[in-house]
Design a binder for this molecule. Structure first.
Ligand code: PHE
Length: 342
C-alpha cells in the first residue's frame, strides 16, 4: 500500500515535468494518452492495482488515486486553454497602471554654473587651481597687502576660528599660494567657497562661491584685463551683454575696478526693479592690476612682471543668469527647485 502511495507521488512529479515541457497541442495530447488512456494509461493501471490493497486501506488509497486523476485532467485542461489564447494574456499584470518612477539625481545649479565658467577659462588657456577654505591671517589678509588693523579689513565680516585661523573671506589667498609655487607666466582661476559673517537675505548668505582669476606675465596691461573679462562675460551671458568698468579700491590691486553688467532682469527699463534697484546695472566682480607690493611678497620682480586679477561671485552671477529672485533658493535643498536645472 505504501508502494502505491509512492507510485502516485512519483507519477505526479513526472507528470508535472512532462507538462512543463509540453510546448504544443500534440505533446499535450500525448501526455493525456500516457496518463489517462482507458486501456494502458498510467492512472488506469493504478486503479487496477487497487485490488491488491487491503480492504481497510483501499478507500483512502482509492481516494488519492482519484484525486490525482482529477489533478491531471484539470491541469491538462488549463494548459490546453493557454495554448489556444494569445500569449500576452498569460501575464497576470495590468499594463495600463503607471510605472514606478525612478528619480535620477540632478547636479546642483551652482555646480553646473561653476563648470560652465571653468569651461570658458580652460578654452582661454587658464589652469584650475585649488586652495584651503580654512586660511591663516597671512594668506587671507597680510600677503594681500592688508596690514593688521588696516581699515579695509572691515569690508569683510570675518569668521575667525582662532586669532590666526579664519574661514577665508575671498578666494584671493589662492593668488598668493599659486604665486609662491609657480613662476610666471601664470594664468589660473580658482573657483571655491568663501565665508562671511552675513545675515541671510535675498542677496546675501554667509557661505557662497567665488571664482578668482590671476594672470602674471611680461607686459600685462589693463587692456588685457578688460579684453579677458569682456570675452569671458560675453561667452557666459551673450554677445549683447552690456559691460562697464567703475573705479574702485582693493588693497591688493592698483588700479582697481568693479565690473557691472546691464541688468538681465529689467534690461534697464524698470525704475522699481528689485534686482538692480532701478539703476539698470548690477555689480558682479572686483578686479585690478596686481599691486607691486603683492608681487614682492611672493618674490616676483614687479619691475619685470605685471599682472591682473579678478574675483567674481558665482552664486550672484548664476542668480542673474537664471533670473532667480532669491539667493537662498540655492541652499534650501528643495528638490523641486534643484530638478529644474537637470
Ligand atoms: N577678493 C575681492 C572680493 O572678494 C575681489 C577681487 C579679486 C578684487 C581680485 C580684485 C582682484 O571682493
Amino acid at each position: 500500500m505504501v508502494d502505491l502511495k509512492n507510485k502516485i507521488r512519483a507519477l505526479r512529479s513526472s507528470f508535472d515535468e512532462g507538462l512543463a515541457q509540453a510546448g504544443d497541442k500534440d505533446s499535450l495530447k500525448e501526455l493525456r494518452n500516457t496518463y489517462l488512456s482507458r486501456k494502458k494509461g498510467r492512472i488506469t493501471l493504478l486503479l487496477k492495482e487497487l485490488k491488491n490493497v487491503s480492504p481497510t486501506e483501499r478507500p483512502e488509497v482509492g481516494k488519492q488515486v482519484n484525486e490525482f486523476k482529477n489533478y491531471v485532467a484539470q491541469k491538462l485542461e488549463e494548459y490546453s486553454k493557454t495554448l489556444e489564447e494569445p500569449r500576452h494574456i498569460k501575464f497576470d499584470m495590468d499594463l495600463t497602471l503607471p510605472g514606478k518612477r525612478r528619480y535620477r539625481g540632478a547636479p546642483h545649479p551652482i555646480l553646473l554654473y561653476k563648470k560652465r565658467i571653468e569651461q570658458i577659462f580652460l578654452l582661454m588657456g587658464f589652469s584650475i587651481e585649488d586652495g584651503p577654505e580654512i586660511e591663516t591671517d597671512y594668506y587671507n589678509f597680510e600677503a594681500l597687502n592688508f596690514p593688521p588693523h588696516h581699515p579695509a579689513r572691515d569690508d569683510w565680516d570675518t569668521l575667525y576660528l582662532s586669532d590666526d585661523l579664519l574661514l577665508r573671506t575671498h578666494t584671493s589667498p589662492v593668488q598668493i599660494r599659486v604665486m609662491e609655487k609657480k613662476k610666471p607666466p601664470i594664468r589660473m582661476i580658482n573657483p571655491g567657497k568663501v565665508y562671511r559673517r552675513e545675515t541671510p537675505d535675498p542677496t546675501h548668505i554667509p557661505m557662497f562661491y567665488q571664482v578668482e582669476g590671476l594672470v602674471v606675465d611680461l607686459g600685462i596691461t589693463f587692456a588685457h584685463l578688460k579684453g579677458t573679462l569682456e570675452c569671458f562675460l560675453k561667452a557666459l551671458y551673450n554677445e549683447k551683454i552690456k559691460i562697464r568698468f567703475r573705479p574702485s579700491y582693493f588693497p591688493f590691486t592698483e588700479p582697481s575696478a568693479e565690473v557691472d553688467i546691464g541688468c538681465t532682469v529689467c534690461r534697464g527699463e524698470d525704475r522699481q526693479c528689485r534686482v538692480c534697484g532701478g539703476s539698470g546695472w548690477i555689480e558682479i566682480l572686483g578686479a585690478g592690476m596686481v599691486d607691486p607690493q603683492v608681487l614682492k611678497n611672493v618674490n616676483i620682480d614687479p619691475e619685470k612682471y605685471s599682472g591682473f586679477a579678478f574675483g567674481m561671485g558665482i552664486d550672484r552671477t548664476a542668480m542673474f543668469s537664471f533670473r532667480i529672485p532669491d539667493l537662498r533658493n540655492f541652499y534650501e535643498n528643495d528638490l523641486r527647485f534643484i530638478r529644474q536645472f537637470s
